[in-house]
Write a protein that binds this ligand. Structure first.
Ligand code: FAD
Ligand code: NA
Length: 389
């Protein structure tokens, strides 16, 4: 085989590993992806009719406080000064999110200052004081009081999980952030922005190296190509970023995931909702949120004749669905431990990324964790003969 390293999956984890190995170590790297495009879930494309950039697997906002990750990503793209904000449409009224002093004063038709608002929320949260909530519903009430919980969290979470929060474990939420200021900036990170010429341009520049060959529509588990599991194992080191349970043929059982369905619509108007993301926390609306993609890039000269929106629906993933968010039940955690043992014993294969570790990772976390794997495992293996495991 004419390569030094096989990387399964061309998401940010796989591409970061491939880029470092090719550029810094001069290795020949084959990157496989079963999809028809690189970039994993961060992939975006321009919607055909309008030219508006849409994120195919749901809205992706880049943010990080990690200096190394920030410096690294800036080698491939510049970022706009986009700052993410989210609003929520409850019973015919729009409120700012996350819950902040503006939300609270609008909701209670009041003009409280921070101390007063805090005292009110504490009093309302006191309804379940001294109890040890066993389900998400009680936990939510104990964290922020019943009125705000029922308006903004209860049905939204119920829709995300397709489950009444009374039947969800309390541990899904450890905290519900309430800000006693008018700050409704969504992320708290030091750096934030969107890639100036889009996610796909950024991703393509990461893969653009003479030592990197990308094989699309190529599944590691299909035989009949040069880099399949059957032909690579024992022949060349592999970094695997697909689902860990799939790798072991589900020997310890299936890990459970949530997925989302996105319904795209092109509307013949300039602006549908005036902002990029609107949440829908009410029970009678089937979707959780609507994304309007033109608002991610107000600096671009997009058409004024049309706009692209996507309604987002959330549900449990079945086999064949895209796995998006780990559900992480107690059974999942047991299975994961068993898979981790199996992974450790798998010679010359490293497991990484969101699917390979069964962990929700933001883009900056996937990149940071790939850089660590590169430093701690891959580079030592190829430069000093350390074991690759
Ligand atoms: P992925 O991006 O999932 O890439 C894995 C790749 O492996 C896929 O392309 C897949 O096709 C391929 N693969 C799997 N199995 C095989 C196989 N057998 N053979 C070949 N190829 C295979 N991050 C943020 O920072 N901000 C956000 O706002 C944000 N929003 C998100 C919204 C959603 C709905 C989701 C799911 C994720 C979001 N993320 C966000 C996270 C981000 O998309 C990535 O999940 C993260 O960068 C992790 O990348 P990864 O490389 O580990 O995995
Ligand atoms: Na291993």
């Amino acid at each position: 085989m004419n390569v030094d390293l096989v990387v399964v999956g061309s998401g940010f984890f796989g591409l970061t590993v491939a880029e470092r190995a090719a550029k810094e170590l001069g290795l020949k790297v084959a990157v496989l992806d079963r999809r028809h495009h690189i970039g994993g879930n961060a992939y975006s494309e321009n919607e055909a009719q309008t030219g508006i950039e849409v994120h195919r697997y749901g809205a992706h906002l880049f943010h990080t406080s990690n200096e190394r990750v920030w410096n690294y990503v800036n080698e491939f793209t510049q970022f706009t000064n986009y700052v993410h904000k989210v609003y929520t449409s409850h019973k015919g009224e729009v409120y700012p999110m996350p819950i902040n002093l503006g939300t609270i004063n609008q909701f209670f038709r009041s003009s409280m200052g921070p101390a007063e608002a805090k005292a009110l929320i504490q009093e309302q949260a006191g309804e379940l004081a001294g109890t040890d909530p066993q389900n998400l519903n009680d936990k939510g009430i104990q964290l922020i009081g019943r009125p705000l919980y029922e308006a903004f969290i209860k049905y939204y979470t119920g829709k995300q999980w397709q489950t009444d929060p009374k039947n969800l474990p309390a541990e899904i939420i450890s905290r519900l952030p309430v800000r006693y200021t008018y700050d409704n900036r969504y992320f708290n990170d030091k750096y934030e922005g969107l890639p100036v010429d889009g996610y796909t341009a950024w991703i393509e520049r990461m893969a653009d190296h003479p030592n990197i060959q990308v094989h699309l529509k190529t599944d590691f588990f299909d035989d009949g190509h040069e880099f399949s599991r059957a032909t690579t194992l024992g022949q060349v080191p592999v970094v695997y970023t697909g689902p860990v349970d799939r790798y072991f043929d589900y020997a310890e059982g299936d890990l459970s995931w949530r997925t989302i369905d996105l319904e795209e619509e092109v509307l013949p108007i300039e602006d549908f909702q005036g902002t990029s993301v609107m949440n829908y926390p009410d029970e009678d609306v089937p979707y959780t949120r609507i994304h309007e993609f033109r608002h991610f890039h107000p600096e671009r000269d997009y058409t004024k004749d049309a706009t692209v929106i996507m309604r987002e629906f959330s549900r449990f993933a079945e086999k064949g669905d895209e796995p998006y968010y780990p559900i992480n039940t107690a059974e999942d955690r047991d299975k994961l431990l068993a898979y981790r043992d199996l992974a450790k014993g798998e010679k010359d294969v490293l497991f990484g990324g969101r699917l390979g570790t069964y962990k929700y990772l933001d883009m900056h976390m996937a990149i940071g964790s790939a850089l660590s794997m590169y430093d701690n495992k891959i580079k030592p293996h190829f430069t000093g003969g350390a074991k690759f495991e």
